[in-house]
Ligand binder design. Structure first.
Ligand code: SF4
Ligand code: SF4
Length: 220
């Protein structure tokens, strides 16, 4: 989801690359799970997030929906997000000790926090959200280590392609009639989330679906 914010107010004003150090280390959260609770529907998932959940939990999209995920409209397009329980119980993946039970395959949004992504001119950089994490005395950690994502170059390329493709549809969403918008929304949901990715080559399969979607978008 794109937010319109004043970067000077919410960040330290710097743009980071994955090889930079940033003050993000929180001593493994030490009993805090604040950012896994009371965050509404804000943890929106991308296709890689859902692929990782399906692969590691050995289930399909339908198996996740309702129990761990829900669907909401984001800037006109239907997208999945983590389902949070009420009364501060938070994410359904929190265990009884308030720890993430899917740490090794948690979504990209969770890996980033308290970093954010700033999209500009067809690419993106990382930025540090200075008021989001309540832990003080944060230590400096290299961003690629913090993210802990294998083949980060392929992941970052995917993130860019997905963001800008989705944005094209979201920008045009206000001009589309209801039927057209529903058609695009269902196409994205089906092609990028519901249709399973086979084996380990997520990026190769995403690239094919991305090219097909771009072609369909060009020929509309
Ligand atoms: S608010 Fe900070 S310390 Fe608390 S769970 Fe989130 S990242 Fe960890
Ligand atoms: S997936 Fe893990 S890190 Fe992300 S909100 Fe849920 S419990 Fe927290």
């Amino acid at each position: 989801m794109e937010r319109h914010v004043n970067m000077a107010e919410i960040s330290d004003g710097k743009r980071y690359k994955s090889t930079d150090m940033a003050r993000i280390g929180c001593n493994e959260c030490e009993g805090c799970s604040d950012c896994c609770r009371e965050v509404g529907s804000s943890i929106v998932l991308d296709p890689w997030d859902v692929y990782m959940l399906e692969k590691n939990l050995s289930c399909g999209f339908e198996g996740l929906l309702g129990r761990h995920l829900e669907l909401n409209v984001v800037d006109g397009v239907v997208l999945p997000n983590l389902r949070l329980l009420e009364n501060g119980e938070g994410c359904t993946f929190l265990d009884e000790h308030g720890r993430c039970s899917i740490h090794d395959f948690r979504p990209g949004f969770c890996r980033l926090f308290p970093l954010g992504r700033l999209y500009e001119e067809g690419t993106f950089s990382y930025f540090l959200q200075t008021a989001e994490c309540r832990k003080g005395n944060r230590t400096k950690v290299k961003i690629n280590k913090w993210l802990g994502i294998a083949n980060l170059a392929a992941y970052e390329k995917f993130i860019c392609q997905w963001h800008y493709l989705l944005k094209e549809v979201q920008v045009r969403a206000k001009e589309m009639d209801e039927q057209e918008l529903r058609g695009w929304s269902m196409y994205f949901l089906q092609e990028f989330y519901v249709r399973p990715y086979q084996g380990d080559d997520f990026y190769g399969q995403f690239a094919l679906r991305y090219e097909a979607a771009k072609e369909k978008w060009r020929n509309q």
